[in-house]
Design a protein. Structure first.
Length: 467
């Protein structure tokens, strides 16, 4: 990190070192040169480039001199041409064959596709690690009954494993979408200024090499494929497809992180993110244990829909065979969207791996609010046995409101006693049945089984891929 000038936090604070290297200027220019070498190798087969020229280009393919290239770019205003001039000064034998027949996007766009696909591989692998962590937690806590909430108010019991399965199921959807995106991320190809291969058709005329043969040879070394049609660029729609899908992943992780923050607050207290023994929660309040990782996920995830909007604009306004108004913002939006996604997946994995479960608070919340969940069962049973549904509803509502008032005064939930002792209820439902119905442990349905099925599906899905 250069501390004398502005540096994006994604260049040193957020995202993995692997992705920061992938999107570094040195790596980009090294990949440019790799494409020039591949192009020269293909053209050697056509007799247009000699073996000595190709060998010379190979020998200097990693000799990146960024200061020299930037000085030339400052003078001529074109980064790729500046790199060609530096490369040509280094490769005195092969200099005359660098970029033969090519346009800038034959080099830049294919390199960009390679980098996007490579970064996506990293994110999918990280997502698989996160899903594996979720599967372990879901299996472990499938039977741990906790209070469920709707509208942030106590509702009915669920299990912690089932709640965690909600987040994991969303992430399985995101994973499938990311795999689809990777399949769709195709290269521009090697087709010249407007995608017609006119320059290469002319250049290769009379040789045994066709423009398609040349393109296949160049792209093959990077494990890339191109669509039938290209302009000067690959379709900018692909950038939107990628970043909008990353935004969807961000939405899933943002919900998870926000829920962790809610459940870590004192009013709930069920779970909390890991907190190091020497970690500082606040500069002013030494007692604080703030959920900083979950907050960071929510903060960073908000960037992704903004990035997606920029790529939508680029796709919608890449007029005719191409315009340049996408170029400057893509230098920021594409790498930072991927680095952002990489960071939040890593943070979420740390949270799930180190999740702190407070079973005492979970049980306390269940005792406090769980009895309310059985009121519908009592209502239905009493109505089945001859009671007036509307009148019974009001009786139960009155008792529930009294019970809430008692809780507000710090008392134990009296709902079971209130209903069991009310003759308007007990004439239809025996007091023992009332108390049994208000036991929240009997109100989780098939949540444990469903949670375990999802955990098994996660294991099967990511296990088969890695196998």
């Amino acid at each position: 990190m250069d501390d004398t000038s502005y540096a994006s936090p994604f260049s040193w604070r957020y995202g993995s070192a692997e992705l920061r290297d992938l999107f570094s200027e040195r790596r980009r220019r090294t990949l440019w040169r790799a494409v020039w070498v591949a192009l020269a190798e293909a053209q050697q087969r056509a007799g247009l480039v000699t073996e000595a020229e190709v060998a010379d280009l190979r020998a200097h393919a990693t000799d990146i001199d960024l200061p020299a290239a930037l000085a030339i770019e400052h003078e001529i205003g074109h980064d790729l041409m500046a790199e060609i001039r530096v490369y040509a000064k280094q490769s005195t034998i092969g200099a005359g064959k660098i970029h033969l027949g090519a346009t800038s996007m034959d080099i830049e766009d294919n390199v960009e596709t390679f980098r996007l696909r490579s970064a996506l591989d990293r994110i999918i692998a990280g997502l698989d690690t996160l899903l594996a962590a979720f599967a372990k937690r879901i299996e472990k806590h499938a039977d741990l009954i906790c209070m469920g909430y709707t509208h942030l108010q106590p509702a009915e019991p669920t299990t912690l494993g089932y709640r965690l399965a909600i987040y994991a199921q969303d992430l399985l959807i995101d994973r499938a979408m990311l795999l689809t995106v990777k399949e769709q991320l195709t290269a521009k190809g090697v087709r010249g200024a407007v995608g017609t291969s006119a320059s290469y058709t002319r250049l290769l005329s009379g040789t045994t090499l066709t423009p398609q043969d040349q393109e296949d040879a160049v792209l093959g070394g990077f494990d890339l494929h191109a669509r039938d049609i290209a302009t000067q660029t690959y379709p900018r729609k692909l950038d939107y497809l990628l970043v909008s899908t990353l935004a969807g992943l961000g939405a899933s992780l943002s919900k998870f992180a926000f829920d962790v923050r809610i459940l870590a607050s004192p009013g709930f207290g069920d779970i909390a993110e890991p907190f190091g023994s020497r970690q500082v929660g606040s500069s002013a309040m030494p007692f604080k244990r703030n959920p900083v990782m979950a907050e960071r996920i929510d903060s960073l995830a908000r960037l992704l829909p903004g990035f997606a909007d920029v790529t939508w604009q680029n796709a919608a306004t890449n007029l005719l065979e191409r315009t340049l108004d996408d170029s400057a913002n893509r230098r920021t939006v594409l790498p930072e969207a991927l680095l952002c996604s990489d960071e939040i997946v890593t943070l979420a994995t740390r949270i799930v791996d180190g999740l702190r479960i407070d079973e005492r608070r979970i049980a306390e919340n269940l005792r406090t609010y769980g009895p309310f969940s059985g009121t519908e069962a009592i209502l239905m049973e009493a109505a089945k046995r001859g009671g007036d549904r509307q009148e019974l509803h009001e009786v139960i509502r009155e008792s529930a409101m009294r019970a809430y008032d008692a809780l507000a005064q710090g008392e134990t939930n009296p709902l079971a006693t209130l209903l069991a002792d009310d003759e308007r209820i007990s004439r239809y439902v025996d007091p023992a049945e009332v108390r049994e119905a208000l036991d929240p442990t009997g109100h989780v349905g098939d949540a444990p089984q469903r949670a375990r099925r999802l955990a098994a599906r996660i294991t099967e899905t990511i296990g088969s891929v890695h196998a």
